[in-house]
Design a binder for this molecule. Sequence first.
Ligand code: PEP
Length: 254
Amino acid sequence: MPRVPLVVGNWKMHNTVAEARHLATSLVRSDLPSGVEVAVCPPFTALADISRLLTGSPVRLGAQDVFWEPRGAYTGEISPAMLTDLGCRFVIVGHSERRQHFGENDEVVTRKVRASFAHGLVPILCVGERLDERDAGQTERVVTRQVEIVMAVLPADQISPLVIAYEPIWAIGTGRAATGQEANRVVGLIRETLGRKDATSAAETRILYGGSVTPANAAEFSHQPEIDGALVGGASLDAAKFLAVVNAHRRSPV
Ligand code: PEP
């Protein structure tokens, strides 16, 4: 089965409900290309409103994080069932900003991936190396380990529904993207890692690139054979820029 490109906007901690509605309205009113799946991940506070606004639109809803327990005394947390209740299809798990600022480790990330699947959400698992790790030539080791830890607990039938985003940390929000070739090489390596568990699933799993993707460089990534889409932060806050990135992932008609 060919992999359908996926472009996801991560709005991070931006936008009041009114601002989020304004941005989502621009997306819903625009002409989205066929053959590209599009999702937006607003902050939790705007999910209910944006969910209603996206009704009938091809744009999918995602959340930026989730807790692994189904319910209970976990002040401030949001369960997977609460997200599906709001119409979320995707959830970002293990974003480097959560690993860096909120101490999320691989065990936490793995629990979140499993809980997401258990409640019908599609996790977008973020992996990527820090600049010092890259400079020390450790990109392969770091990224492979991050993927293997999750693979160790995932049944084979949950590999290809999983979405992975390769996001080198030094490229996130810095304006310094990886090159298409560099990103393609690491994404290929991630696919090889999946393939050691299940070759068929590995060929079907969507692996995105994220890190300073803009309309100016989107095609450089979308043209790479291993890369199946983009996780977009900054550029997703501007409807025109986000749409340009989406359009760059349109497959040319055969
Ligand atoms: C992100 O939030 O995952 C991201 C890649 O951000 P940016 O596009 O701003 O680098």
